[in-house]
Design a binder for this molecule. Structure first.
Ligand code: IMP
Ligand code: MG
Length: 166
């Protein structure tokens, strides 16, 4: 395993992202939706860097995969908070094919959100098949499989404080 981003590099980038998001949503009712399980660590750190009176919700999502995306998104629950009349920011660990976030944006588009935007810590290099672009991104990375800081390989490694190329 090769170190890609240390916990310090992650923390300083997450702090910057929090500032950007704070500036973008001044005076707006924002609900941050953290996608589980992958974005649990990123989401927990990010919301503490957003200096606004936000609401926080979670959504369990999986996209049936074994180190590669199958393109099939499965919701394992639902939002607990209402979407109507609020700006929604979907927070995920990594944007790969974009299937997950494209599906969720479409899913919530008709539920009355004032806006739906996406925020990812990692964004894999552009692919032609890409269905969506992240509105807020931490790092752009090569198209390699990464683990740690919430990112898993067959459910292992989520608890590593740093991010590695597997
Ligand atoms: P997408 O739907 O193809 O964009 O895939 C997004 C989801 O796949 C993310 O939420 C991750 O859970 C998972 N994923 C994609 N690439 C990686 C990776 O390199 N390591 C760990 N999980 C990944
Ligand atoms: Mg995920």
């Amino acid at each position: 395993m090769k170190l890609l981003y240390s916990r310090d590099a992650i923390a300083s980038r997450v702090a910057e992202m929090g500032k950007t998001i704070t500036a973008a949503y001044q005076g707006k009712p924002l609900t941050v939706v953290v996608l589980l399980n992958g974005a649990m660590l990123f989401g927990a750190d990010l919301i503490r860097k957003i200096e606004l009176p936000i609401h926080v919700d979670t959504l369990a999502v999986s996209s049936y995969r074994k180190d590669f995306s199958s393109g099939e998104v499965v919701l394992r629950g639902s939002l607990k908070l209402p979407v109507g009349g609020r700006h929604i920011l979907l927070v995920d660990d990594i944007l790969d094919t974009g299937t997950t976030l494209a599906y969720l944006c479409e899913r919530f588009r008709n539920d009355g959100a004032l806006s739906i935007k996406t925020c990812v810590l990692l964004d894999k290099m552009r692919k032609e098949s890409m269905q969506i672009e992240a509105d807020f991104r931490g790092f752009e990375i090569p198209d390699r499989y990464v683990i740690g800081y919430g990112l898993d390989s067959e459910e292992e490694y989520r608890n590593l404080p740093d991010i590695y190329v597997k």
